[in-house]
Design a protein around this ligand. Structure first.
Ligand code: SF4
Length: 330
């Protein structure tokens, strides 16, 4: 069995472009784009481009990037909330696009996602009990009494008080709401949990509690955890591997134990320098509506050469634990 077949989730050359209706503004900027060497916007917003990545069972994968890098879109593609317009998402070796109704139902149980903002992702009319129980009811799991017991068990597991079941989400603190989101995500006993910026809306003092809870649950349940975050230092502490995105593409995939021992992608080097206060990352992130023909990082890269601007460098696996998409790192 190959690594891809063993992977709980595997992306093969996945791309997704959002295609809103073309406005007068887009017509004008498309013309400007042609003058500046950028591709016209008629192709829409290229959120994710040619991403291949296989999750390893039981790992914590940190999916990192600046705002607009495509990391949240990639998380939604993994969760089956978006359908790629090129490439394949494989779940246990099976293409999501080809799953029959029963298999898709099982996928929805086994792969769960929780979002950054629990206020908008939780139904304000639902009590905590109804929130956590909803998935069990939809999937026809358990009798009313069994579901009640299961909800109490899940609320306890995520550290919410015993009487919280009857409260509404607005009665909880930010940290408690994220715990409630977690209980909802765990109700169907997933094998993969995708957590999209799970702590960025929380006070710093609460962030560590929620991250520790995630890690604890991962260890106890054997979860494969995808932690999406813009916070590279935080993810470094908790992840087994880091996957770094830029301009909708994967720039680097590295086991955290390789950090500092390999020659990282120039973007990743710049991120670390910025996080360490050595040098701010200068320049603007790429515009997904006007993607460049070559390496998306070229305008901000100190090592850029003419060949970088011809076409995007592919992600190359230099060792089993380190892959890089850079022409100067082969
Ligand atoms: S391919 Fe070129 S522009 Fe892109 S990161 Fe590498 S050196 Fe920089």
């Amino acid at each position: 069995m190959t690594e891809n077949q063993a992977a709980p989730l595997c992306l093969e050359e996945v791309s997704l472009t959002f295609r809103p209706g073309r406005s007068l503004f887009q017509e004008l900027t498309a013309g400007l784009g042609r003058l500046t060497g950028r591709q016209p916007a008629s192709g829409g917003i290229q959120a994710v481009r040619g991403v291949s990545l296989a999750l390893r069972p039981g790992e914590v994968l940190g999916l990192v990037g600046e705002s607009g890098s495509g990391k949240s879109t990639l998380g939604r593609l993994m969760a089956g909330l978006y359908r790629p317009d090129a490439g394949r998402v494989l779940w246990a070796g099976r293409d999501l696009a080809g799953l029959d109704r029963a298999a898709r139902r099982l996928f929805r149980q086994r792969v769960q996602i929780m979002f950054q903002d629990p206020v908008s992702s939780l139904n304000p009319r639902f009590t905590a009990r109804a929130t956590v129980e909803e998935g069990l009811i939809i999937h026809g799991l358990g009798s009313p009494a069994e579901r009640r017991a299961r909800v109490a068990e899940l609320l306890r597991e995520v550290g919410l008080p015993a009487d919280s079941a009857r409260h509404f989400s607005h009665e909880f603190s930010g940290g408690q709401r994220q715990r409630l989101s977690l209980a909802r995500a765990l109700a169907l006993d997933p094998e993969v949990l995708i957590a999209d910026e799970p702590v960025s809306a929380l006070d710093v003092s609460i962030q560590a509690q929620v991250v520790n809870l995630l890690l604890d649950l991962r260890a106890r349940r054997g979860l494969t955890l995808v932690l999406i975050s813009h916070d590279l230092p935080l993810v470094r502490v908790v992840a087994d591997r880091l996957a770094v995105m830029y301009g909708g593409r994967l720039m680097e995939v590295a086991a955290t134990e390789t950090l500092g021992r390999v020659r990282h992608h120039p973007y990743v080097e710049a991120l670390w320098a910025s996080a360490g206060g050595e040098a701010p990352l200068e320049g603007e992130p790429p515009d997904p509506g006007h993607p460049l023909a070559g390496c998306p990082f070229a305008p901000r890269c100190r090592e850029a050469a003419p060949d970088c601007r011809a076409e995007p460098p592919p992600l190359s696996w230099l060792t089993e634990d380190f892959a890089c998409a850079c022409r100067r790192r082969t």
